[in-house]
Structure formats: structure tokens, C-alpha cells
Design a protein around this ligand. Structure first.
Ligand SMILES: [Zn+2]
Ligand SMILES: [Zn+2]
Length: 280
């Protein structure tokens, strides 16, 4: 069995800050890698985590919000510049148009680099697959995967992957709902939006707090979902700069009987092995 692991490249939110990069995480098993989301700073975070961007040839978007896609131009063109010659991008409807707009924005730049002799492979022939409907996700890696619609303000997919008997679920951004509980049922690891984890609320944030409840989870809600789905381990993510992680942990822990992780950027976890099993 190939142990699957996940590195939390960016655990931040749309609000820029020093310690948390834009939303992104990468999974790895055997020599396979899939990047999930590509927020601001993802390429630099990949490098810091020991992954060359050109070695990452599969990217799945949960949704196309700016905080999950700002890093795409750099990942696409920077990775190509370093020698990536193929790339598959999977995401919700709109992913093709998004990719083509980025290509169009940088057309002159790309054409200039090609005129110097660089191959167009890996940039002009990107394989974009739109997941039209929830359900099975066809993918060139042949990974057993399914998508379910989350509750957010644009089409957002949570993904469930089963690889060598290990089950990983990534929620993307979502308010609490039955669909994420179903998707995550009995998973080894659930990575879930806990944007509304406790913290100091700035005035601007307080104004939209009620609205945010319709699109994201609090720490308690994320813990309740993990408990209802009977997942073994949960990782919270998508933190606002004001988050008080200690408080979030204290609020969530009594509601979840498995292992609860509130990560920092660049931390790596095994999907099926618990931290205790690893002696950590
Ligand atoms: Zn979002
Ligand atoms: Zn987001």
C-alpha cells in the first residue's frame, strides 16, 4: 500500500497575511501528485515544501473564487518555464474559460518565450476537464474520485478520493450541510473549511459575519460534520488572519472524537496513519 500524504501549502483565506498563504494543498502517493486549488503564493509554497512546480502535472480546483485561483498564472507559466511539458486541470464549469482568459492575458509573453525556441507543450495544450455534474470524476490518473456540490456562492465541489484503501475528502469552501457529511462518510481524513473559527472580529468582518455563515463553517460546525461523518481525522483550513487557533481547538475538540488538526502552512500529514502512529 502506498501511503498517501497531504501537505497544507496554504491555509489562509481571501485576506492576505504573512503566515498563511492562499488556499492550496498537495497530495502525494507513490510518485503521483495532485494539487488542490492554487491560491496566491502556491508556487513558492510548493518550492518551500520540496516540490518543483514542474513536477506537479495535475491540478484540481474546488471552485474558481479568486483566493483559490490567484496563483494559477504563476503555476502555469512559471512551471512551464521550468520545463513542465504537460498539465491536466480539473474543475467546475467555467474552468476552461478561466484557463483561456489567463492564456489570453499573457499571450504576448507566452508567444515571445515560444519565439525564443521554447516548446508550446505544457502551456498551449493544457488538458482542461470540467466536472459538469456531481458524481464520478473522470481523470487521467485513473484515481477513484467523486465530486459533490457544496453550499457556497459559486459552483463548488468537494472531492472524495479513494487510493489504495485510503479515503481523503477535501471540502472546498462550504456552509454546513448534509452533502459534505455524506461525501466524507467514514473517510480517513477530511480537510474542511473552518473559515469562521473563533477570533477577534474586525469591524469590516463583523458587518458581513452573518452573511459568511451561509458560505463557510465555524470550528464547531466543522467538528460536528467530522463527527457525523465518522471520519478518523480532520484538518481545519481557510483561516482568517484574526483566527485564534487555540480557542478554535478548544471549541471544536469536545465535538469530535477523532484526531483534530489545526495546521500551519507547509505541514504534512498522512491520510490514513494518525500522528500518534507516526510517533509525532
Ligand atoms: Zn470560496
Ligand atoms: Zn475561499
Amino acid at each position: 500500500m502506498a501511503d498517501m500524504k497531504i501537505t497544507m501549502l496554504g491555509t489562509g483565506s481571501p485576506r492576505p497575511e504573512v503566515s498563511r498563504s492562499g488556499p492550496a494543498q498537495i497530495i502525494e502517493w507513490n510518485n503521483n501528485r495532485i494539487l488542490f486549488d492554487c491560491g496566491e503564493g502556491t508556487t513558492g509554497q510548493l518550492l518551500k515544501a520540496g516540490y518543483t512546480p514542474e513536477s506537479v502535472t495535475h491540478l484540481w480546483f474546488t471552485h474558481l473564487h479568486s483566493d483559490h485561483t490567484f496563483g494559477y498564472g504563476q503555476f502555469l507559466i512559471g512551471g512551464w518555464g521550468r520545463g513542465r511539458s504537460e498539465l491536466t486541470v480539473i474543475g467546475p464549469p467555467g474552468t476552461k474559460a478561466f484557463h483561456e482568459k489567463i492564456l489570453d492575458l499573457y499571450k504576448e509573453d507566452i508567444d515571445y518565450r515560444c519565439s525564443l525556441g521554447r516548446s508550446e507543450k505544457g502551456v498551449k495544450d493544457v488538458h482542461v476537464i470540467e466536472v459538469e455534474e456531481p458524481g464520478k470524476v473522470e481523470n487521467p490518473l485513473g484515481v477513484q474520485a467523486s465530486a459533490a456540490k457544496m453550499i457556497h456562492n459559486v459552483c463548488t465541489y468537494g472531492y472524495r478520493l479513494e487510493i489504495d484503501g485510503q479515503v481523503l475528502v477535501i471540502s472546498g469552501d462550504t456552509a454546513p450541510h448534509e452533502g459534505i457529511v455524506e461525501l466524507a462518510e467514514d473517510a480517513d481524513l477530511l480537510v474542511i473549511d473552518a473559515s469562521l473559527a473563533a477570533g477577534e472580529q474586525s469591524g469590516a468582518l463583523a458587518k458581513i459575519w452573518d452573511h459568511l455563515q451561509k458560505e463557510h463553517c465555524t470550528a464547531e460546525q466543522a467538528a460536528e460534520i467530522a463527527e457525523q461523518a465518522k471520519v478518523k481525522k480532520v484538518i481545519f483550513t481557510h483561516f482568517l488572519p484574526e483566527v485564534d487557533t487555540e480557542k478554535a481547538y478548544q471549541e471544536a475538540k469536545p465535538l469530535f472524537s477523532g484526531e483534530l488538526i489545526i495546521p500551519e502552512d507547509l505541514e504534512t500529514y498522512y491520510v490514513a496513519k494518525t500522528t500518534a502512529e507516526l510517533g509525532g
